[in-house]
Design a protein around this ligand. Structure first.
Ligand SMILES: *Cc1c(COP(=O)(O)O)cnc(C)c1O
Length: 379
């Protein structure tokens, strides 16, 4: 099946009891059993829910994986992956990644004896340099949030295999429409489904997709034992979001390119971070592993005084000042005080995330209107 068909039909079978074409929202906590231990495969909704099951089937299909698991948020999905590990195990992760992932690693899991090593994963040599016999997991995010750095997924998968470590890719920024890490050798794909998968800024959810049945069993065990499962209404919303993912991503890419070029040519803008420019340091890798470059980008102003940055952030009308991304509406965000405030300032600056960086999530509105809005705000 081709992508567009998969997005519409994956996981969707008419409800056998009514014929409803849409998977019902099975708002139930438990299931009546015919006799002790005799049931229809559903016992208790933390362990199984039909709406969640339909979504998990769809998630697996759109990431070209065998198994999907849905979680109550993106960080809950990340949390489940780290719970595969034991004290003393080592994780290699990007030095610039989503602030909430950094916070989970450094503030929650480090105290349980899991060792995190942060490197610039844009260069494979940097990853290789910190691999030890204790490396159990390589975690990458590509493109990174918010600096749009690119890591070579296939090359990282090769060194992870050699080291006997798992490779997990946070694929939130690209979405399954633009990039499929499992086909490039990754073991696990993670998404914040809150973003492009949901697509309408109305749900918090996360997911994992994988191929290896034993890895699926371990992660399912963690999902049901720790209990960070999404409710059926949220599963329904993400299922609905997936049906238009391809259409939305096509427009996010078109608008993203127009806005990136507009910003680059704007006399008041000093630098634009977008992985679709052919002079992006890892453009060749991005072009090879991604089908398009999406709607995420960041930029800096020539006048980078805090007052001017604040003025621009507060002056847009179509771009709403808010955290999050990947919805149909455009958002503007100040990573250093908002999404990435949980990373200490020295760490942020060391990795190139300045106090003046502005991040955009370009929506699917008319690009001309978005450009007028930004142009008026930047001045
Ligand atoms: C938002 C986000 C997360 C966390 O997901 P939640 O759904 O907010 O828990 C993880 N990674 C990236 C890249 C994100 O943008």
């Amino acid at each position: 099946m081709k992508t567009a068909t998969t997005y519409i039909h994956a996981g969707a079978t008419p409800d056998p009891s009514t014929g409803a074409i849409m998977t019902p929202i099975f708002q139930t906590s438990t299931y009546v059993q015919e006799a002790p231990g005799v049931n229809k495969g559903f016992e208790y909704a933390r362990s199984q829910n039909p709406t969640r099951q339909a979504l998990e089937t769809a998630l697996a299909a759109i990431e070209f994986g065998k198994f999907g698991l849905a979680f109550s948020s993106g960080v809950a999905a990340t949390d489940a992956v780290i719970k595969l590990l034991s004290p003393g195990d080592e994780v290699i992760a990007p030095h610039d990644m989503y602030g909430g992932t950094y916070r989970l690693f450094t503030k929650v899991f480090a105290k349980f004896g899991i060792v995190f090593k942060y490197v610039d994963t844009a260069s494979i040599a940097n990853i290789e340099a910190v691999i030890t016999p204790k490396t159990r997991l390589i975690w990458i995010e590509t493109p990174t949030n918010p600096l749009m750095n690119i890591t070579d997924i296939a090359a990282t998968a090769t060194i992870a295999k050699k080291a006997g470590a798992l490779l997990c890719v946070d694929n939130t920024f690209a979405s399954p429409y633009l990039q499929n890490p499992l086909t490039l050798g990754a073991d696990i794909v993670m998404h914040s489904a809150t973003k492009y998968l949901g697509g309408h800024s109305d749900v918090i959810q996360g997911c994992l997709v994988m191929n290896d049945p034993s890895l699926r069993d371990q992660l399912y065990f963690i999902q049901k034992s720790c209990g960070a499962v999404p409710g059926p209404m949220d599963c329904f919303l993400v299922l609905r979001g997936i049906k238009t993912l391809h259409l939305r991503m096509q427009r996010h890419c078109e608008n993203g390119e127009k806005i990136a070029l507009f910003l680059r040519n704007h006399p008041s803008v000093s630098k634009v971070f977008w992985c679709g420019f052919n002079d992006h340091p890892n453009y060749a890798v991005a072009k090879q592993q991604m089908k398009g470059f999406g709607g995420m980008m960041s930029f800096e102003l020539k006048n980078d005084s805090p007052e001017n940055v604040k003025r621009v952030l507060s002056s847009t009308h179509l771009f709403s000042l808010a955290e999050s991304l990947g919805g149909v509406e455009s958002l503007i965000n100040h990573p250093s005080s908002m999404t990435h405030a949980s990373i200490p300032r020295e760490e942020r600056l060391k990795n190139g995330l300045t106090d003046s960086l502005i991040r955009l999530s370009v929506g699917v509105e008319d690009a001309d209107d978005l450009i007028v809005d930004l142009n008026a705000a930047i001045g």
